[in-house]
Design a binder for this molecule. Structure first.
Ligand SMILES: Nc1ncnc2c1ncn2[C@@H]1O[C@H](COP(=O)(O)OP(=O)(O)O)[C@@H](O)[C@H]1O
Ligand SMILES: [Mg+2]
Length: 248
């Protein structure tokens, strides 16, 4: 994958494969192209050149709705809930293809619409249970803490039956208790066969969660492997850890 903005090569000849296994982490200094990669994979930015395959489908430069329909669903670095709706309704609104959205099913088959509404409500409550947000189901989303809103956003993703979830800095700005809660949820999703690809600044967390780590630097992929090997890799140490410690 290659993508530039004018003269800036934001992503340069980056190539990797996400195995079937668990959680992949992507790390790298600010501005190294991580979020851009997520935008490309999910169809929000066009590739200059390259190819992307998901489940043998070529998804490069397809519109975001087509990509999410295949089950590739992302979070954004900054969350945007519907603040004046309840937490439960935020989840229900995130479920794709609802027949109540068009007037005709309501007219011809109100029972089917009601049945679907009940099913969605049950699904939302199940997801809230998993996220340990069930006690907040009727709370207005705008009243949640920042960390709780991020968990809710993961809930909105889960309503769309994802097969691969991309999370852009999911733990940024949330407290340690909620981070632990999130880690537990990610592990359980992983056990259910959902693949997770996350951008994360918190290195100890990456080491704890991920068997596979990608390291970006200045638009290039400089490492792909285990967290232990990443820590020992001279390029990684120089590019990432070295510079961070200089900054510190
Ligand atoms: N829409 C855009 N227009 C112009 N430059 C962009 C745009 N998006 C990202 N960039 C630039 O691309 C580089 C990579 O950004 P980004 O992918 O957000 O990095 P990261 O997520 O690793 O911090 C940065 O230099 C950033 O300023
Ligand atoms: Mg970013």
């Amino acid at each position: 994958m290659t993508k530039s903005f004018g003269a800036l090569m934001a992503v340069h000849d980056v190539s990797f494969e996400l195995g079937d296994i668990g959680i992949t982490g992507m790390v790298g200094p600010n501005g190294s192209g991580k979020s851009t990669l997520f935008h490309i994979i999910t169809g929000f930015y066009r590739l200059d050149r390259g190819e992307i395959f998901f489940d043998r489908h070529s998804i490069a430069n397809r519109p975001p709705y087509q990509i999410s329909r295949l089950g590739v669903i992302r979070s954004f670095q900054h969350t945007r809930p519907l603040p004046f709706m309840s937490v439960r309704d935020n989840l229900i609104a995130a479920a794709p293809r609802q027949c109540g959205e068009s007037i005709w099913p309501l007219f011809f088959s109100p029972t089917r619409v009601r049945r679907q509404e009940r099913a969605l409500r049950e699904k939302a409550d199940g997801v809230l249970e998993l996220l340990k947000l069930a006690p907040l189901a009727d709370e207005l989303a705008g009243r949640l803490s920042y960390g709780q809103q991020k968990l809710m956003e993961l809930g909105r993703i889960l309503m769309a039956d994802p097969r691969l979830i991309l999370l852009d800095e999911p733990t940024a700005g949330i407290n340690p208790t909620l981070i632990r809660q999130l880690v537990e949820v990610l592990r359980r999703l992983c056990e259910q066969g959902i693949q997770i690809f996350l951008i994360e600044h918190n290195m100890p967390l990456v080491a704890q969660l991920c068997r596979h780590v990608l390291v970006m630097d200045s638009g290039a992929l400089i490492f792909s492997g285990t967290p232990e090997n990443a820590r020992r890799d001279p390029r990684v140490v120089e590019a990432y850890l070295g510079r961070e410690s200089h900054a510190a």
